[in-house]
Design a binder for this molecule. Structure first.
Ligand SMILES: NC(=O)c1ccc[n+]([C@@H]2O[C@H](COP(=O)([O-])OP(=O)(O)OC[C@H]3O[C@@H](n4cnc5c(N)ncnc54)[C@H](OP(=O)(O)O)[C@@H]3O)[C@@H](O)[C@H]2O)c1
Length: 244
């Protein structure tokens, strides 16, 4: 590790599992103070215990306004600012046209779209000048997989939001980018599609699915000053899946 995030204050949502946990772990290893948010208290506590004194966990459902208020109150009191915000919390309910339910739309868009909007909007008063915002997208925003159409639509919305927000980078003194993983070995992917994750490997030119630490490495670059002129992009970490 290189301490590229030394002295930075970071908030990561969806940080008690999978990609978010790998990002929180890597940010702390690179010298950041990290606030972890997620709904389930037990894995949140376990993540904080594993990462150590640089980590603080705040139980948060990003689709609930008062939970976000509480999260940012803790950050304000304990750190006073945010240098890096990773809006990563996300979920999918696999359904195809003909079987789509209102509940699945509300759950998916409530977390992935509404949750992302308010995670960013409510952070604005705390963002330091030059802050980096990273929003987790997905290759499904370009190439939705079987039964992932509602999820893909929610990630396409998020990608479009980031284009809009990137326009105000000068005025707001932040930069904002999308990090879009391809199929990555996480509890979330297993929950969405079942245990046979390697079914995806054949779609990936590298011939395998990704690891959460490979997504975290790019999140670290986008969070760090090494990417200070990167704004409004969608950075794919997908082994080439959606590129060729
Ligand atoms: N794995 C992949 O192949 C893949 C590919 C492309 C994009 N992604 C995206 O990567 C992100 C992380 O997914 P993952 O694969 O790491 O899945 P994961 O292991 O299920 O992690 C998802 C995280 O989001 C949290 N979360 C879900 N709904 C939330 C809510 N309403 N409020 C707060 N936290 C919430 C979960 O914690 P709680 O359940 O405790 O709330 C968990 O920490 C998601 O945005 C996902 O769409 C994943």
């Amino acid at each position: 590790m290189t301490d590229v995030l030394a002295g930075k204050v970071a908030v990561v949502t969806g940080a008690n599992s999978g990609i978010g946990l790998a990002i929180a772990r890597r940010f702390a290893a690179e010298g950041a103070r990290v606030f972890l948010a997620g709904r389930r208290q037990e894995p949140l506590d376990a993540a904080v215990a594993e990462i150590g004194p640089a980590a603080t966990g705040v139980r948060t459902d990003v689709s609930v306004q008062t939970d976000l208020d509480d999260l940012y109150s803790v950050v304000r009191e304990e750190a006073g600012r945010i240098d890096v915000l990773v809006a990563n919390a996300g979920s999918a309910v696999p359904q195809r046209l003909g079987e789509i339910t209102e509940e699945a739309i509300d759950a998916t868009f409530g977390t992935n779209v509404k949750g992302t909007i308010f995670t960013v909007q409510k952070a604005l008063p705390l963002l330091s000048d030059g802050a980096s915002i990273v929003v987790t997208g997905s290759t499904t925003n370009l190439r939705p997989g079987p039964s992932l159409e509602i999820y893909g639509a929610s990630k396409a919305a998020v990608r479009n939001l980031v284009r809009s927000w990137a326009l105000s980078a000068q005025e707001r003194k932040f930069r904002v980018n999308v990090l879009s993983p391809g199929p990555t070995e996480t509890p979330g992917l297993v929950g969405a599609v079942g245990p046979d994750l390697h079914q995806f490997a054949s779609e990936v030119p590298l011939g395998r699915i990704g690891r959460p630490d490979e997504i975290a490495a790019v999140a670290t670059f986008l969070a760090s000053d090494a990417s200070s002129f990167v704004n409004g992009v969608e950075w794919f970490v997908d082994g080439g899946q959606a590129q060729v």
